[in-house]
Design a protein around this ligand. Sequence first.
Ligand SMILES: [Zn+2]
Length: 260
Amino acid sequence: MKLIVTVKAYPTVTQSEGETVCVAGVRTDTATPEWVRLWPVGFRELPDAARFAKWQEIEIGAAPSAADARPESHRPNLQTLRLGAKVDTRRDWGLRRGVLGPLLGQRTLCELMGLQGTAAAPSIGLVRVRPGAVATIHSAPDWEPAKHLQAEITAAPHLLRDQALAVLRPPQFQIRYRWHCLDTDCPGHTHNSCDWEVGAATIKFNQKYPADQVQAHLLAKFGEQIVGEGKETYFFMGNQHRYPETFMVLGAFYPKERAN
Ligand SMILES: [Zn+2]
């Protein structure tokens, strides 16, 4: 399949799969755009040249996941991964709108949650955020010792990789959104962002700014820039395999509001 990657979630570590990242995107080899989820992706195990970016097209062999019945879920064969071109935002985000096509704001979150339990219920969506959403920043909870240990084991050198990876840590901060979707009866939603970009920006900002300014810079980047005034904001939402009614914010699409 060919797809444009739109989501990379913060890595997790499990005993069975090691360190993995949930990747999602939009297929470009189907008649109309379709969502696809790829799991597991051992992203940091990939050689540098194979580490694809968000909004980059990739070609990869993948089969419907045997252990996960969600229609979008596929298990990728990373040996077949080929990287394609990146989709630029240019000045107007028009190219990215084109990739998303009818998926952009197709369903509200209330609607997605209500569909769970029906046949082939969608498990991914790009949901319009009603103006007035609020972002806050919080210290993230630490992991249990067993998870830290698993992260250390996973990062150690092995047969196919002679260099150790930096040991994965829990994110230092969480960005939390309190928001409404466009459903008329929306009671409001609260989500922490699972976007890998939050963790990556935290590491970068810790190197760039004094410690007491890091939170303010993170809040500017993931708060004001995404849900601030004048933005047409959408959240990439995906649900949890075992708790399908529980959706997570996996990333955002936030062009400037278009003048009508
Ligand atoms: Zn809602």
